[in-house]
Design a protein around this ligand. Structure first.
Ligand code: FAD
Ligand code: DLZ
Ligand code: SF4
Length: 507
């Protein structure tokens, strides 16, 4: 008997380690569509459609290569709708010599895999996911040697060990970091490229109908589906970004604009995370532009930093710190997630814009996630587990290995600073500087207190006051705490009152 190679929905690449050494005559590739994976959080309808369509296309590609694929569809009779029970049924069907899988992207599924090894009547081989450039062992080694354990140090090591954007042992362009150049607001009249989207084919249309019927009550639109669902189209999407987006990526990385959902971002995270593109090839493409002079170093370095730096770093942190990581709540935040995160109904224009983009595309760009919806949840003291479940559900690129460190660590500071050295808290002035949202808003970013004031203003100071005991010793917050130190008792209590009034009105 051959081996049963179980490929999960975020492992859709011929290069995944579970397919290494595949014997086309004897081995069988198993893929399963199961309700449990669609419901462990209530995923955005577009995210489910994207993954199921990409799975079906990947299975077709394998079949056309002569590979034997056992593919269980969501609506197939007898489907038991969980990974574990579907794998057990497949083992009974095929009596393989062993099961071969690649480690998953989520702790939850890693626990299932340990059960398989114990309970199935055949051996289970769990292989490392070598799509990541930094292995678990390498991450641990870098951690032991680390000076600060911070992303910047990790990233430089990754640049050195891969040689990406390096020139004779030194960083390309003479500096490791071009972030200070990458904080521009969009100039008025700056033209923004129309992005290439992909019209659904028959397979995607079938899946969209299936998702509408089965997950109709989940958040999000299906109408605007434009994601690539094959490797060929994902490569086309990458090409298009490299041509029209990358040259301006650096300058406007942190900018936001009403009605513009994509700006100069790459829109490739869903493809990277499910396997249609690899991190190595994307970095190589960007680096080639730098060498060819078609994109400036600040753009290419800024882009590579996100992938070779942040993406690899958060993955390392996740596997090093789980499962305790998810349970920490450094700031003891307990508020229920406000209903506007699902409804998008709020007079705060920035929130409405970011949640609207999320509903339309199962996508929002980084600064929207961090400085608008994330910042609000931090300042309002939303319970980390509730806001994490939201992020995990609503984005097409969300898998826990990348979502959790970004939300729990970067946005919510719930890990007490393992990921970043200070909370990304900001008042309305930041959003006003980086976007045009405030112009069409009921609130005024220049007003500090009372009903006309931008809520981010008093929520920001209220957050620092409420968390003074935990945060005031942080040297990176010395400035705002000095300001608080100079406030009169009545100034402080006005801030706290404005915040209390606003927060008590949140549904
Ligand atoms: P670009 O801006 O074009 O960046 C290029 C690539 O860099 C991305 O495709 C992504 O692979 C990588 N990248 C950029 N920033 C990060 C980061 N902070 N961590 C890891 N990789 C990064 N990213 C996810 O892939 N899944 C998530 O569930 C997710 N949740 C997030 C939640 C919050 C609160 C925050 C602040 C960030 C989150 N991110 C997540 C990171 C980042 O926002 C997205 O990767 C990015 O917006 C995806 O869009 P893009 O492909 O256009 O990215
Ligand atoms: C997210 C998702 C969804 C919605 N559905 C499936 C599915 O039916 N079958 C599958 O193999 N994978 C699916 N996924 C992706 C898995 O949740 C993902 O592989 C795990 O979270 C492990 O990272
Ligand atoms: Fe957002 Fe405040 Fe600006 Fe309104 S005024 S858009 S709430 S930052």
């Amino acid at each position: 008997a051959g081996h049963l190679r179980f490929v999960l929905g975020d492992q859709l690449t011929r290069e995944v380690s579970s397919l290494a050494g595949l014997d086309r005559v004897h081995d069988i590739v198993l893929m399963v569509e199961v309700e449990a994976e669609g419901r462990y959080v209530p995923h955005h309808k577009q995210k489910i459609a994207f993954l199921l369509s990409a799975m079906r296309h990947f299975a077709e590609a394998l079949r056309s290569e002569g590979v034997r694929v056992d593919y269980v569809r969501l609506d197939e009779a007898g489907n038991t709708h969980s990974f574990s029970t579907e794998l057990a049924r497949a083992v009974a069907r095929h009596a393989p010599a062993s099961v071969i899988v690649t480690e998953p992207g989520e702790w939850r599924v890693r626990e299932m895999m340990s059960d398989w090894a114990e309970n199935l009547p055949v051996p289970v081989e769990i292989r490392e996911d070598d799509r990541f450039i930094c292995s678990h062992a390498e991450f641990a080694r870098l951690g032991l040697a680390r000076k600060t354990g911070r992303m910047e140090y990790f990233y430089r090591e990754m640049r050195r060990s891969t040689g990406i954007l390096m020139h004779e042992g030194a960083p390309e362009g003479g500096r490791w970091n071009f972030d200070p150049e990458n904080r521009r607001a969009l100039p008025r009249g700056k033209s923004i490229p129309t992005r290439r989207r992909f019209a659904p084919d028959d397979i995607t249309r079938d899946v969209i109908a299936l998702v509408a019927a089965r997950f109709g009550d989940h958040f999000g639109d299906l109408e605007d589906f434009g994601w690539a669902v094959t490797r060929q189209d994902a490569l086309r999407a990458l090409d298009h970004f490299i041509t029209v987006g990358l040259p301006d990526f650096g300058d406007y990385q942190d900018a936001m604009k009403g009605g513009e959902d994509f700006l100069f971002h790459s829109l490739i995270s869903p493809y990277l995370n499910c396997g249609l593109l690899t991190a190595r090839e994307v970095c190589a493409r960007a680096e080639a532009c730098c060498r060819a002079g078609t994109a400036p170093i600040n753009a290419v370095e800024g882009f590579v930093r996100q992938i070779l730096g942040w993406r690899e770093f958060v993955r390392g942190i996740y596997w090093e710190e789980m499962p305790a990581y998810a349970a920490s709540n450094h700031l003891q935040a307990t508020r229920d997630l406000p209903a506007m995160y699902w409804s998008g109904e709020t007079p705060m224009r920035c929130m409405a814009e970011c949640i609207g983009a999320t509903r339309r595309h199962a996508y929002a760009h980084h600064i929207q996630r961090l400085m608008v919806t994330g910042n609000f949840a931090l300042l309002a003291g939303v319970a980390p587990a509730q806001i994490e479940a939201w992020y995990l559900a609503v984005y097409a690129d969300a898998f826990e290995w990348v979502e959790l460190p970004n939300v729990h660590g970067m946005a919510m500071h719930a890990d007490g600073g393992r990921l970043g050295s200070k909370p990304y808290a900001a008042s309305g002035a930041y959003i006003d500087r980086m976007s045009d949202y405030c112009k069409g808003c009921d609130f005024d970013p220049k007003i500090k207190l009372g009903p006309a004031a931008c809520p981010f203003n008093y929520l920001y100071w209220n957050f620092l006051i409420e968390n003074e005991r935990v945060l005031s010793a942080n040297p990176r917050l010395a400035m705002p705490y000095r300001t608080i130190g100079r406030m009169s008792v009545s100034q402080r209590s006005q801030i706290v009152e404005s915040a209390k009034t606003f927060l008590s009105g949140l549904a």
